[in-house]
Ligand binder design. Structure first.
Ligand code: ZN
Length: 301
């Protein structure tokens, strides 16, 4: 490497540092807002994780329930930390994405890396490892994978009753005469159905929301299958609905919303117990924790 090359690397490093400082300055000016308990607690932070303000609604103070207040505050603060982290990551990606490293990967590889990284839990490093694995492997192996992806898209549909994934409509669970159609367990995503089924304890049927209410991501109640749940409750003479959304802020707000919607229909509405960690994910919970949380479900008033 010549002195000239070294000089240009130095210059690049300096430019990078300046850009990083710019990103930090931008982040400090950005505001992130989180509200919990249907807006009763509001927390605002900036992009470098400093809390700017905390607002507590009079209604909540008047409730005089320390535990609820502590829960909502803890939830809001955890949520805001997560949002700030996401924001910082987004800004950094925008920044590092702008740096072009010419000739590092052929364009076909870059395309594969980009597609892999769209999947949850796959970052740059994992995407690289997966794509190198595929490139080293046989053609047959790669076609098998591509074929499996294609088949899943071609054959898997959503059940018209519970909205879970299935090859037949209605799905096996909705069609099973041994299951109780008057007891519905509401979950966020199709994979939550599999987590619940693995525990082998629940004998009712499911309703998949296809997400959670998340105003910041532009997802309102109308984007979910809540209306279809309400109709189902009326049509099938449902006696109990247990809300098994994730015990994080969005999951909690969605459960509160659904409880309000269904309250008018005069049925028992329960929420899974706090055996699950707040901020956790049903998908990753072990069977015992899941079972305990279902056993200890509480009625939503
Ligand atoms: Zn179904």
């Amino acid at each position: 490497m010549s002195v000239k090359d070294l000089g240009s690397i130095f210059k690049q490093a300096q430019e990078m540092q300046t850009k990083m400082a710019d990103v930090q300055r931008d982040l400090a000016e950005k505001k992130v807002e989180v509200s919990t308990g249907g807006g009763m607690v509001k927390v605002v932070a900036n992009g470098i994780n400093e809390i700017i303000s905390v607002n507590i609604d009079d209604e909540l103070i008047n409730m005089n329930d320390r535990e609820v207040l502590e829960d909502l505050l803890t939830g809001a603060i955890n949520e805001i930390h997560r949002k700030v982290k996401d924001l910082a990551q987004e800004e950094m990606t925008r920044f590092t994405g702008g740096i072009k490293i010419p000739g590092l990967f052929p364009s076909a590889v870059i395309e594969l890396l980009e597609q892999l990284q769209r999947m949850p839990g796959i970052g740059q490093k994992t995407a690289e490892r997966l794509s190198f694995f595929l490139m080293r492997g046989s053609e047959q192996q790669a076609y098998k994978l591509a074929d499996a992806i294609y088949k899943v898209k071609e054959k898997i549909i959503l059940c018209s009753q519970c909205h879970s994934i299935t090859e037949f409509d209605p799905c096996g669970i909705c069609q099973d005469p041994k299951r109780d159609p008057t007891f519905i367990c509401v979950v966020e995503e199709p994979h939550d159905v599999y987590a619940m089924e693995n525990m082998g304890y629940f004998k009712g049927v499911y309703h998949v929301l296809m997400g959670v209410i998340s105003p910041l991501d532009g997802i309102g109640p109308a984007e979910l299958t809540i209306e279809s749940l309400r109709k189902r409750v009326l049509k099938d003479g449902v006696k109990e609905v247990v809300l098994a959304t994730n015990p994080n802020m969005e999951g909690e707000s969605t459960a509160i919303y659904i409880a309000k919607v269904l309250k008018m229909e005069n049925i028992k509405i329960t929420r899974i117990a706090r055996g699950l960690p707040v901020g956790g994910d049903i998908e990753y919970a072990d069977e015992v924790t899941l079972m305990k949380s279902l056993e200890g479900r509480t009625e939503m008033k």
